[in-house]
Design a protein around this ligand. Structure first.
Ligand SMILES: *Cc1c(COP(=O)(O)O)cnc(C)c1O
Length: 338
């Protein structure tokens, strides 16, 4: 099982997104182990390309990254400051009045940022809470103020304009750098860019960044092949039955490796070059079965993620999004970086 990660494609995607917002700093979101691709390697490559602002979800992720990145890299923690946390060398994005006062009491004089809620109702201070602490917060000198768009992957969604207006209303005249756009927001246009952009999934080759270079290829080992006759079944619960004589390959990866069980019978394929080999029967924990009748010879490996089947195509088959496919990719793959 070989997961190949193209660091130069990651850098190119980040640079392409950065060039769309020439007046903004381009940060990089590397939460969840850089969407499953390896935060240490990805962050280092982006640092070498000039990125200095990084975002992770949790303080534990930030502490791990702090040990690998040079001192001038800023590591922002999206979950903010929760009780009892060690945030040394990190910048919490404070999400509530409670977090703000906790952070100012525990870390006076240390850098922090503020997140405002502009409608998503997930993280950040609401307008009234912000109004109550705004003067004190601004006096303490936040590194930046940010909010997050709920529907940026749908350009026509009315929530985009509403959140933009709310962000202006809450932050105009603050005199502090502002950040609103993740990948989807960058693509919405310059009025969403403000002073810092926060791309994540687009760096990793995922939608909604349609022009992204592919980053990931995943090749899976074939363990054995067999002939089945019409009427024979494959896999647990006998959900699939051969309609004629077929050649079946058993491949060494399953739902424990992030190949979601909901992909069973969804119509996706493994690829030998450009030849599609339909996956048949249930995905099991460590294995799946593939119809390789179309192949003259069965190679040692078949591709699950490749130019013929990018992550978002696979996500469609599974009824999910590219983000979940990436972050599900399991720990058993050998990761090679090119
Ligand atoms: C995950 C996340 C991002 C990155 O989003 P993408 O859609 O992956 O670009 C940016 N900002 C916040 C607050 C996030 O949670």
């Amino acid at each position: 099982m070989a997961l190949q990660i193209d660091l130069s494609a990651i850098v190119t995607n980040w640079q392409t997104l950065a060039a769309m917002a020439p007046n903004a700093r381009a940060a990089a979101v590397v939460k969840a182990d850089a969407y499953g691709l390896g935060a240490d390697r990805v962050a280092q490559a982006l640092y070498d390309a000039g990125a200095r602002d990084f975002f992770v979800a949790l303080a534990s992720e930030g502490r791990a990254l702090r040990e690998t990145l040079p001192r001038d890299a800023v590591i922002n923690i999206l979950s903010g400051h929760m009780a009892g946390q060690n945030l040394s060398g990190l910048v919490p994005v404070l999400n509530s009045t409670e977090q703000f006062f906790r952070d100012r009491a525990m870390r006076p004089g240390q850098p922090f940022a503020i997140q405002l809620d502009t409608g998503m109702n997930r993280l950040g201070l609401e307008a009234a809470e912000w109004a109550a602490i705004r003067a004190e917060a601004l006096a303490a000198g936040p590194a930046f103020i940010m909010s997050h768009l709920a529907c940026a992957d749908e350009p026509d969604h009315p929530a985009n304009a509403a959140q933009l207006a709310a962000f202006h209303q809450m932050t105009d005249g603050c005199g502090v750098p502002r950040s609103l756009a993740a990948t989807g927001g960058i693509l919405l246009g310059p009025q969403f860019h403000f002073d810092m952009i926060r791309p994540g999934v687009g760096i990793y080759g995922g939608m909604p960044f349609a022009d992204a270079q592919p980053v990931v290829t995943l090749a899976l080992d074939v363990i054995q092949t067999r002939e089945v006759q019409a009427g024979e079944f494959c896999g647990y619960s006998a959900t699939w039955t051969a309609e004629g004589p077929l050649r079946i390959a058993t491949v060494a990866a399953g739902y424990a490796d992030g190949i979601l069980r909901s992909l069973s019978s969804s119509g996706f394929s493994l690829y030998a070059g450009q030849t599609a080999c339909p996956v048949v029967g249930r995905i099991s924990m460590d294995l799946m079965t593939v119809d390789v009748t179309a192949l003259a010879t069965v190679p040692a490996q078949l591709d699950l993620i490749c130019p013929e089947q990018p992550i978002d195509r696979l996500a469609d088959y599974a009824g999910t999004i590219g983000y979940e496919i990436l972050t599900s990719l399991g720990a058993r793959y050998s990761r090679t970086y090119i």
